[in-house]
Design a protein around this ligand. Structure first.
Ligand code: ANZ
Length: 939
């Protein structure tokens, strides 16, 4: 029978949808397995063949686990708030909800076409009010929580308020923006407003004035990981530093736990390294330096207290508030100029630029407490305000940046440590890391010197040992429309959260998506956006009187809010009263397998770990870490095509003639090539774009325009995308799935080549034909298979079990091919072989196997058929071909039963005609039998 992939695939896709084949039971007595793909953002461009790579792998695992008797959660939904839909809304006036809906519909159609076994019933979008209701609820919980270092977890703000009202800040060990101290009496005497302002110093969701990455092109603030080389990740607009009142999340409270947790996770090492680097833990000391003729102290953070004897000057961050306090009148102008110059640079640029050395002298001197020497105090942009204390003791003999600075400003350079292997940070390495030039540390090695220096700093009351993290709190406000409204209103400038009963705070309609004339975010355009506190409802914006009707927060949440907890929502996707029932989160626990791109290393994967840990602290869930195993799929690369335009003309010269001309290389759409060749369809090219309408061609071999091909990232802008819909039409989804897996190891990047599909298609036809006879009739017998047939089947089972458990999908596909070829040769038509064969292949190629399964007379879907059990007995050989040697020279081979003892082998070989002939009456001195390997006669 003809293998009609189109008919078969659409038939089963309808069957699965109608029967909800992949719907996960709410509760199950089976063991659970949770397989998740990273939350897709449905862009307008639709899917190309690179996108499904990870989804195919996770789908194979899901199906395999179902065959193995697991209750599998394999959900899908959409991260649907975000900038592109909003940018489009600004340009066209079309509501972002409409664009989003269209994009999702298209995306979903494409996904369904590939036959993924998602539980579609659990689907949701981050922009659904029924979902963001709980994103807002989590925000409120964060707002009403603080981090207690003593219990090492987040607690309800009430426990903090109790502490403050009973003991003030005494004995309080909290994560805070700024260290403040007061007594219980002082706290109790404060007004409500004052108390609320103080609490913001501790809340996990808080408001503070922060230097932000302001992107005028997008009209919003961006997170550090959304800025690449001073430009916005989306759109490439310039990003500037600006001070603004912003909502932030105190992720730094979790730095240490985020770091420690990595040890428990089965994640790719580069991903763990990226998180570790981002968190950036450094251990060192904070040391106070007194100023000459002044009470002012400059506190520095140093990771090298052992070099304090070599510190000859100090440098403050230009933004440090201390600068204004200490600068002398003579130096004021120079310092002011420098501060302004610095404000134009982003923190990233400042860190990245190690070449330019600049700074200004404040006019004052500090005293090195260890050497008693005067240290001029400078400001320079290489010192960052947000790190450590915003001040450094400069040690030019041991720190490269300090060294460059000292050279430029003619400052003293004193060596303290003779470098060595264990002084890795020391750029001026010489010998063995022994301290010199300080009687105090002389002769000590780096670690000893560091410990001794810290002890001395502490005993002299100059400072203490500290640990610093490079990670910053995460800015949470976006001055945009298409995001979750922040459920907060302002009374007397103090933020209060909406009661949970008022959630969701729905995104209001606005007439335009741009900021208001007063520079407020787009929500400032909403007509109904006031909060009636007494009646607990939203009312007209005009009614705001700041007495009973209050203004609501106008910024929205960032893209990462909704994606920081979606994996929990899938466990109980339609619960209207709770983000997810505890019974459900207990049952599903961690995501067992998470597949997605490596670009989420320091954004999503830190934020979601943070929220998960927070929800655990507050006893809403049990798991400390959300994603146990994670795989980063590689990228599928496209084969771009180029034409050569002769400079200044509309003439295009074929690739192999192009070297004779001055040309410009231009991308052309790969769909303009003839079939799967490199040859350009010149007519199609002419009608591709108006500017090529009159194109002329210089052809080669008389009639061909050959394009140049190059492997590049697959992307719409490079015109090298291949649409999976086209592949599904021509070859079918099963072929696409097998081919994507066959391309190579999942984690690696690999080029796409449409020509390769026909080989896989041939395999599917051979598989199909195994079940049919020469008259195209299904023919399967109930006869007992031969040993050889069993051997082929069990070799395959063993291989595939190993491969799937090890996420090696490409090797499984090759073993399918080998098995089908062998079974074809054996003309196998035994049910006991062919039925399990269909089950083994079904996770990879679910449509064809589902069809075969039903043709074989099964009434239920193949999906829940048990996976065949491996039996090693079938791999044992009946006969062994012994090479028989005489004095080390192999003369012939003897096929003997595998069950013979060495003695029996010897006897059997001695009886063979060939042996008798070669021995020719001689009596062997020795006969060596290596069981199952060789026989050797010594004569
Ligand atoms: C003296 C010293 C001597 C330092 C030496 C380094 C090497 P990490 O490892 O990244 O934590 N530093 C401290 N605060 C800074 C700030 N706000 N901006 C720029 N640099 C700052 O680096 C910590 C080291 O970076 C600190 O130790 C300090 O310089 C500098 F041979 O102190 B060190």
């Amino acid at each position: 029978m003809y293998y009609d992939h189109n008919q078969i695939e659409s038939k089963w896709q309808q069957y699965w949808a109608k029967n909800e084949t992949y719907k996960t039971d709410a509760k199950s007595t089976k063991p659970k397995y949770y397989v998740l793909d990273m939350f897709p953002y449905p862009s307008g461009a639709g899917l190309h063949v690179g996108h499904p790579l990870g989804y195919i792998a996770s789908d194979i695992v899901s199906r395999y686990k179902r065959h193995q008797g697991f209750s599998v959660l394999h959900p899908i939904g959409y991260d649907s708030f975000g900038l592109p839909a909003e940018q489009y809304a600004i340009q066209t006036g079309q509501h972002p909800a409409i664009t989003t809906e269209e994009n999702i519909n298209r995306y979903e159609k494409q996904l369904k076409r590939i036959g993924f076994s998602f539980d579609w019933s659990r689907q949701f979008r981050t922009s659904d009010a029924s979902y963001y209701k709980f994103t807002q609820w989590i925000f409120i919980e964060l707002f009403h929580s603080w981090y207690n270092n003593d219990t090492d977890k987040a607690e309800a703000i009430d426990t903090l308020i109790k502490h403050l009202s009973e003991k003030g800040t005494e004995g309080l060990n909290a994560v805070q923006t700024e260290k403040i101290e007061f007594t219980a009496a002082e706290w109790n005497a404060k007004s409500e407003k004052e108390q609320q302002e103080i609490l913001l110093n501790y809340r996990l969701a808080f408001r503070a004035e922060t230097t932000v990455n302001w992107c005028p092109g997008l009209g919003t603030v961006l997170a550090n990981d959304e800025v690449i080389n001073g430009k916005s990740e989306r759109g490439g607009f310039p990003v500037y530093q600006k001070k603004m009142m912003q909502w932030s999340m105190r992720i730094t409270a979790y730095s240490e736990r985020l770091l420690q947790g990595l040890k428990t996770l089965d994640w790719p090492q580069p991903l763990k390294d990226a998180q570790e680097y981002w968190i950036g833990k450094s251990q060192g000391a904070e040391v106070n330096f007194g100023l000459e003729n002044s009470d002012v102290q400059i506190k520095v953070f140093t990771t090298r207290p052992d070099t304090i004897f070599g510190s000859t000057f100090m440098v403050l961050a230009p933004e440090s508030p201390l600068v204004q306090e200490i600068v002398t009148t003579e130096q004021k102008d120079e310092v002011q100029d420098y501060i302004e110059q610095t404000s134009l640079k982003s923190e990233r640029d400042r860190m990245a630029d190690v070449k330019t050395v600049s700074g200004a002298f404040t006019g004052v001197y500090a005293i090195n407490p260890f050497t008693g020497k005067k240290m001029p105090v400078y400001i320079s942009d290489y010192v960052l305000m947000g790190y450590g204390t915003g001040a450094v003791m400069a040690v030019p003999a041991h720190d490269e940046r300090d060294h460059r600075f000292a050279k430029k400003f003619g400052l003293e350079i004193t060596e303290v440590v003779e470098g060595g292997e264990n002084v890795q940070e020391d750029p001026f390495i010489a010998k063995d890391g022994i301290c010199i030039n300080s009687d105090f540390l002389n002769g000590l090695k780096y670690e000893e010197a560091k410990a001794k220096a810290i002890a001395e700093v502490v005993s002299r009351g100059l400072g203490n040992a500290t640990t610093n993290y490079r990670q910053r709190d995460a800015i949470f406000s976006r001055q945009r429309y298409w995001g979750e409204p922040v459920p907060v209103y302002y009374k007397d400038d103090v933020p209060y959260t909406l009661p949970a009963s008022a959630l969701p705070l729905e995104l209001p309609e606005v007439e335009k998506y741009l900021p208001t004339e007063d520079g407020d975010p787009p929500l400032g355009n909403a007509k109904d956006y006031g909060w009636d506190e007494a009646n607990q409802k939203i009312v007209a914006t005009d009614l705001i009187d700041n007495k009973t009707i209050f203004p609501l927060e106008l910024s929205t949440m960032p893209g990462w809010a909704g994606s920081s907890w979606y994996f929990l929502r899938y466990m109980d996707a339609h619960n209207d009263s709770y983000f997810a029932d505890k019974e459900m989160t207990d049952y599903w626990g961690q995501v067992d397998l998470y597949i997605g791109g490596s670009e989420h290393a320091t954004g999503h994967l830190l934020y979601s770990r943070f929220w998960n840990k927070f929800l655990k602290d507050r006893n809403y869930i049990e798991q400390e870490e959300p994603f146990q195993k994670l795989i980063n799929q590689g990228m599928i690369l496209g084969m771009s095509a180029f034409v050569f335009r002769i400079d200044g003309t509309n003439q295009f010269v074929s690739k192999n003639l192009a070297k004779d001309y001055a040309t410009q290389k231009i991308h052309v759409d790969v769909s303009l090539l003839k079939g799967a060749t490199d040859e350009l369809d010149t007519e199609a090219f002419k009608s591709w774009r108006p500017e090529f309408k009159d194109a002329e061609f210089i052809l080669e071999d008389g009639d061909k325009y050959v394009t140049e091909r190059e492997v590049e990232k697959m992307s719409k802008s490079k015109f090298n995308v291949v649409n999976p819909d086209d592949i599904c039409d021509e070859y079918g989804a099963d072929c696409l799935r097998l081919y994507e897996m066959f391309l190579g190891p999942l984690e690696q990047s690999k080029p796409w080549n449409t020509q390769g599909l026909s080989g896989v298609y041939g395999f599917l036809k051979r598989l199909w034909n195994l079940y049919f006879n020469a008259n195209d009739e299904l023919e399967v017998t109930d006869e007992e298979p031969t040993k050889e047939e069993y051997r082929v089947l069990h070799t395959l089972i063993q291989k595939v079990l190993f491969d799937i458990e090890n996420f090696s999908f490409n090797t499984s596909v090759s073993s399918f091919m080998i098995a089908v070829n062998e079974l074809t040769k054996l003309k196998t038509n035994k049910r006991q072989i062919l039925e399990p064969l269909a089950v083994i292949i079904s996770p990879y190629a679910p449509h064809i196997t589902e069809e075969i399964w039903s043709l074989l007379g099964n009434k239920e879907s193949i999906e829940y058929a048990p996976f065949p059990v491996f039996n090693s007995q079938y791999l044992e050989l009946d006969e062994i071909e012994y090479p028989v040697s005489f004095n080390g020279k192999m003369r012939f081979k003897a096929a003997l039963s595998a069950n013979l003892t060495p003695k029996e082998v010897e006897e059997a070989v001695l009886k063979l005609d060939k042996t008798i002939e070669i021995l020719n009456g001689a009596i062997p001195k020795k006969i060596i039998v290596v069981p199952k390997k060789i026989v050797n006669f010594v004569i």
